[in-house]
Design a protein around this ligand. Structure first.
Ligand code: ASP
Ligand code: MG
Length: 418
């Protein structure tokens, strides 16, 4: 019998009526002869509401984070109980499990914990008994048995981790969109639903804010080669399959998608001495505070001093700025400056490997529209630029059209005979 992990996000379980549809979907899969493990998010915007409660108390620090995890993890616990009862009412055996109960063990970093191991015995026993295990997403326990959570959107990661250890045939992420698009359809109305995309591309698209999948979930899926499908809870369809590159048998378009994130901020340390150890002294405290650093640029020095710029997520801007002001003296900096009205835009595609001139074309499109590029970074399959936030939609639309994303996709569909 095949096994699928089905994950349902917040909008898919927003009410008991929604949960009934989810239960029916699960039952349909069972009727098709599949074993199902369900993973769910908190109902609707419950996690936001719980987070608001914590904000009202306005207490921060390490011990607050432990309690925030206890608090936020309750959202998912509500859903597992309701969905399990709904399944049983509809005649399907089911049982709810918290992250800890299914042996999801994480490290100690509260509110952004990483999974260390999963002990699947309990799940396997439940499956053997013919039950649908209904697992709370987004949570685990550390070695002390304290509840941890994986960061917002982390239920996807739970689903993929379970699919990996159970060697599921597919991990299906049911959500409120029909799959992965070439870019955000709210910005470009001719954005196309992709039939397939590689793990590598998806990783870039996810981490760059295509808002469909938790980046860590894609990392996991890629590492353990779990076929991952994103599809809609509300509209019938095959969604988008995220898979290995060698399973894409059609010719790849040069660019597969365009991703952007608006919630970025940039910090610059001006006039630091150009001596060994500077980057480490500047970024050390930032990493220690567990603040993710994205792009880094250091200028060539002209007079033995240099400027050092990096980006963080906008939420971390103030904390990073405070930390920098503290180290500024140490590294002999003239000034620390910052800008939290920036955005990052990236064009992504494995096809870039075999095509020269992609960057030039991108820069020309931006130049033609008088959009200033503040930072650039590249990898084998992606080119990212930092620009002022106000231009992000204009830039995305222009690039989507110049790189003929719609047209390439049409060709691809023809090739597949769809
Ligand atoms: N409920 C959590 C959140 O809203 C986790 C998730 O839905 O994936 O971020
Ligand atoms: Mg989500």
């Amino acid at each position: 019998m095949s096994l699928v992990v089905q994950k349902f996000g917040g909008t898919s379980v927003a009410s008991t009526a929604h949960i009934q549809s989810v239960a029916e979907k699960i039952i349909q899969a069972r009727q098709r002869g599949q074993n199902v493990v369900a993973v769910v998010s908190a109902m609707g915007d419950n996690t936001d509401r719980l987070a608001e409660l914590a904000k009202e108390v306005n207490f921060s620090g390490m011990s607050a984070k432990r309690e925030i995890d206890v608090l936020l993890s309750t959202g998912e616990q509500v859903t597992i109980a309701i969905l399990s009862m709904m399944l049983m009412k509809l005649g399907c055996q089911a049982r709810s499990f918290t992250g800890g109960q299914v042996g999801i063990v994480t490290d100690d970093s509260h509110t952004r914990a990483r999974i260390l191991e999963v002990q699947p015995d309990k799940l396997l026993e439940a499956i053997k008994r013919g039950e649908v295990p209904v697992v709370a997403g987004f949570q685990g326990v550390n070695h002390q048995g304290d509840i941890t959570t994986f960061g917002r959107g982390g239920s996807d990661t739970t689903a993929v981790a379970l699919a990996a250890v159970l060697e599921a045939d597919e991990c299906q992420i049911f959500t409120d969109v029909e799959g992965v698009y070439t870019t955000d359809p709210r910005v470009v109305d001719r954005a196309r639903l992709m039939d397939r995309v590689t793990f590598e591309e998806m990783l870039e698209l996810a981490s760059l804010g295509s808002r469909v999948l938790h980046a860590r979930a894609v990392e996991f899926a890629s590492k353990y080669q779990v076929p991952l499908r994103v599809l809609s809870t509300f509209v019938e369809g095959r969604g988008t399959l995220i898979t290995k590159e060698d399973e894409l048998d059609m010719e790849q378009p040069i660019i597969s998608g365009i991703a952007f994130t608006k919630d970025e901020a940039k910090l610059t340390v001006l006039g630091v001495e150009d001596v060994p150890g500077v980057a480490w002294k500047i970024l050390g405290p930032i990493s220690e505070a567990n603040i993710g650093i994205d792009m880094i640029v250091q200028n060539v020095s002209a007079d033995n001093t240099t400027d050092f710029t990096f980006t963080v997520s906008r939420d971390d801007y103030q904390e990073a700025m405070d930390l920098l002001n503290r180290v500024a003296n140490d590294v002999g900096a003239r000034e620390v400056s910052g800008d939290n009205k920036i955005a990052k835009l990236s064009i992504v595609g494995v096809g870039m490997r075999s095509h020269a001139g992609v960057a030039t074309k991108m820069f020309q499109v931006l130049a033609d529209r008088s959009i200033n590029i503040q930072m650039i970074s590249t990898s084998e399959i992606k080119i990212s630029v930092v620009i002022a936030e106000e231009y992000i939609e204009l830039a995305t639309r222009a690039l989507h059209s110049v790189f003929e994303l719609e047209e390439e996709k049409e060709k691809k569909y023809l090739k597949l005979g769809l």
